[in-house]
Design a binder for this molecule. Structure first.
Ligand code: PLP
Length: 354
């Protein structure tokens, strides 16, 4: 039986994408060869890379606006240091909204001064800091749009003259934003786009070339741009599968259409969390993530019963991250509304049993 997959990452992908990707592993474009055994320089794969890059810009509304899309490797974690390598000359600002921002800050400190413009560490990152001042003269300001572990999401982005860099690993392509406010957006594929192994990096080209240090080729965004994201062998399977997911999203009506479904899923689950006395939401209400909903069970003695019911309902991946505990329901683009309905049924079931 196919499970209802609430895993935080790697995570659910559309069934039709999994089917097409597995077919391509056996026979790519009826070539008699597998996608993963042909040259990445072959015309068939070059077309995949170009299509994936173009779709990413199209879905973000960033075509013809001076942006380039790259599919790199090393995960979002590699971008923590590549951003600083390429942009940080003197001083950068970071908003600390949890584990991933914390890790980005740690890497940036190897390259220059870091100003933490705000932090929600005092409340174990259950809210998004607001009303903080952004100092003048920053090389860039770094934000994490969605905090996968704590279940918070930035709803309103700060106005600043500094270039804006955003880790969107867990909510890219999930909601409409004016993406042109960002100079660099990056996202590990495995949360909302594809398998692990590729990282989408979208760069406004004019933000580059301003640091005086020498940058090793593999770390240099300009090198990757000049080679059309083919400086070295790309992660062909991850790029191809990401391309399929982006096509799937485009056919659904794009980001605006999926945002509507994502809103419905989040409303359904959060209203159950709020109405059902058996559960408590973790994140501050106004900062709640539409992608990752974090909550705890009010009476720990019912945990085993709840876990058993979840299992019987075919629900997978609901355990909270160890730094928060409790439960986390990740509702990425490919998760059907129906799966959230099943989860909500189990939650009301346990209320009746209590
Ligand atoms: C998962 C995640 C990361 C880390 O991604 P890797 O690809 O494993 O390096 C970074 N930032 C956010 C917001 C994430 O959710």
């Amino acid at each position: 039986m196919k499970k209802h997959n609430f895993s935080a990452g790697p995570c659910i992908l559309p069934q039709e994408v999994l089917l097409k990707a597995s077919q391509a592993v056996m026979d790519f474009n009826e070539s008699g060869l597998s996608l993963i055994e042909i040259s990445h320089r072959s015309p068939d794969f070059v077309a995949v890379m170009e299509n994936a890059r173009a779709l990413a810009l199209e879905l973000l509304g960033l075509e013809n606006k001076g942006y380039k899309a790259l599919f790199l490797q090393g995960g979002a974690s590699m971008e923590f240091l590549m951003v600083a390598y390429n942009l940080l000359e003197n001083k950068a600002g970071y908003l600390n909204t949890g584990t991933w921002s914390d890790k980005a800050i740690k890497e940036a400190k190897l390259f220059g001064d870091v100003v933490e413009v705000g932090s929600s560490k005092d409340e174990n990152f259950n809210y998004i800091p607001k009303g903080y001042a952004v100092p003048e003269g920053l090389d860039y300001l770094h934000l994490t749009s969605n905090n996968t572990i704590f279940g918070t999401q930035i709803k309103k982005f700060p106005k600043t003259d500094a270039p804006l860099v955003c880790d969107m690993s867990s909510d890219i392509f999930s909601r409409e934003l004016d993406f042109s406010m960002f100079d660099i957006i990056y996202a590990g594929a495995q949360k909302n786009m594809g398998p692990a192994g590729a990282t989408l990096v979208v760069i406004k080209e004019d933000v580059l070339g301003k640091v005086s240090r020498k940058i090793p080729s593999m770390m240099d965004y300009q090198v990757h741009i000049s080679k059309d994201s083919m400086f070295n062998t790309p992660s062909v399977f991850a790029v191809y599968t990401s391309m399929l997911t982006l096509e799937w999203l485009k056919n659904l009506g794009g980001v605006a259409a999926i945002e509507e479904t994502n809103e419905k899923k989040a409303q359904l689950l959060y209203s159950e969390i709020d109405l059902n006395p058996m559960f408590n939401g973790y994140a501050n209400k106004e900062d709640r993530s539409n992608m990752n909903a974090t909550f705890t069970i009010a009476d720990e003695r019912l945990k085993d019963t709840f876990d058993k019911l979840l299992k019987e309902a075919g629900i997978n991946g609901l355990n909270g991250h160890r730094s928060v505990g409790g439960y986390r329901a990740s509702m990425y683009n490919a998760l059907p509304l129906e799966s959230v309905g099943i989860l909500v049924d189990v939650m009301s079931d346990i209320e009746r049993k209590a």
